[in-house]
Design a protein around this ligand. Structure first.
Ligand SMILES: [Zn+2]
Length: 453
């Protein structure tokens, strides 16, 4: 793989921008979930990291590597609400429901279980944590991700963040191989103490173009005064803009959602973390009545879902239980792909299987006659292959072998899977060993790659 050697010379081995240039084209066969139709036994052709064609019949590309499957081929997920570095920690079981996030973030039990060891490990094991949690995302079909943060004691983020998934706030690969060119960012919240944490982001809003500002807002119970007051503060700060995405919004009223719609802003729903921390979630029925653009994302592993695939499954259970028929499995799929890509203004680059877009996609084993139901009911081990920029990174051993990768074995929920070592920053077993040791020093165990059924 010549591109890999070239990228290695540049020190960008796992960077999404390191396209599979000069590699032979790649043909993948399966049930193709195209933007306007599902193609049974269809074909995706990939060349130089991009989708060359989508077709019913096998394209004529004599030099192409070919992967024939009975799987469903989806575009990769775009995750706009995550705190990925926390994905090395075991789940945190909140001892009670909280009125708002300020309360649990001040809880001594939370600090002991998560925050204190996190602050410590991120300064000593940032690159290992980054590789591990990005692999967790990829294993659930995520190919674009927002939310890796720079440790407070470092002036610049390590270049190791430039790898595996597209980091939309650091190294998406959309703006060259350098860092600091991105047009999306996170704001933890609108309280002065939270905004202080994001001065750099705020400066970028004022001095440079931003396509997306994702803001935690109204993260508390619906009758909580602190959470309810945040929407007014957002408006006072002139941060309710067409490039704003409101995260959580559990405390938002229907008139708040109307204002979000009228401002051209968007909303990101994270139901699992809402229920586990606050005992309720946002009024998505009101958001839908107000025709608010709404994406889905998992928040983080400790109280949310492991990744996008798991959050889709959780959202489906919430809809079945509480919002009967309000959102279909196909709409959940769109809320995890095209909708967040539109919110981040990257739908001309990723999130659909159509020619000209980057080849960020994943394969899923399931009922090909009902691809969206298969997606909503999928188990972690059902993902059989994930590619970013046309480069296979995670999947079934035989698929990686067929694609000429150099697989390293890994276990996903008792099933043998593999990782393409050529795309990884190091041996994955070594990364796991170092993290396991570091966490043991904090009397913690390394979180699994997924929650198994
Ligand atoms: Zn969050």
């Amino acid at each position: 793989m010549r591109w890999l050697r070239a990228c290695a010379v540049l020190g960008l081995l796992a960077a999404p921008a390191c396209a599979a240039s000069n590699d032979p084209p790649l043909l993948i066969n399966g049930t193709v979930v195209a933007p306007d139709r599902v193609i049974p036994n269809g074909w995706v052709a990939i060349r130089d990291g991009k989708i060359l064609s989508i077709s019913d019949t096998k394209p004529v590309l004599p030099t192409a590597r070919t992967l024939t499957t009975r799987d469903i081929i989806f575009p990769g997920f775009v995750d706009l609400h995550n705190h990925p570095l926390y994905g090395v920690f075991p789940r945190w079981k909140p001892p009670k429901v909280y009125p708002n996030r300020y309360e649990w973030r001040a809880d001594a039990g939370y600090w002991q279980a998560i925050q204190t060891p996190e602050l410590k490990l991120v300064t000593t094991h940032f690159c290992d944590m980054d590789a591990y949690v990005e692999l967790k995302a990829l294993a659930g079909g995520t190919t674009s991700l927002l939310g890796i943060y720079r440790p407070a004691d470092t002036a610049v983020i390590s270049p190791c963040v430039s790898g595996l998934v597209r980091n939309l706030d650091w190294a998406s690969g959309f703006h060259g191989t350098g860092m600091g060119q991105e047009r999306a960012g996170n704001i933890l919240g609108v309280r002065p103490s939270d905004l202080k944490l994001s001065e750099e982001t705020l400066a970028r809003i004022k001095t440079g173009p931003m396509d997306l500002i994702a803001v935690h807002l109204g993260e508390g119970q619906r009758n909580d005064a602190d959470s309810r007051a945040e929407f007014a503060r957002l408006k006072d700060l002139d941060l309710l803009t067409p490039n704003t995405a409101v995260i959580h919004g559990v405390a938002l009223s229907e008139s708040d959602f109307r204002e979000i719609k009228n401002a051209g802003a968007a909303f990101i729903w994270s139901p699992r973390s809402n229920f586990e921390l606050y005992g309720e979630t946002a009024d998505i029925a009101a958001a839908i009545r107000q025709k608010v653009t709404m994406a889905l994302a998992p928040d983080w592993s400790p109280t949310g879902s492991t990744n996008m695939l798991a959050e889709i499954g959780y959202a489906k259970s919430v809809i079945d239980r509480q919002f009967k028929g309000l959102i279909s499995p196909q709409q959940l799929f769109e809320m995890a792909t095209l909708v967040p890509a539109r919110i981040a203004h990257i739908d001309d680059k990723v999130s659909s299987l159509k020619p000209g877009l980057y080849a960020d996609l994943f394969l899923l084993r399931g009922d090909t006659a009902k691809p969206f139901d298969a997606l909503a009911g999928a188990a972690p081990q059902d993902v059989t292959l994930t590619l970013v920029n046309g480069v296979p990174i995670y999947g079934s051993r035989d698929y990686l072998d067929a694609l000429g990768a150099a697989p390293e074995a890994v276990t996903m929920c008792n099933q043998a899977k593999a990782i393409n070592t050529q795309a990884m920053p190091g041996k994955f077993a070594d990364i796991i060993a170092r993290l396991t040791l570091a966490l043991a020093g904090e009397k913690l165990t390394l979180a699994g790659l997924a929650e198994c059924r």
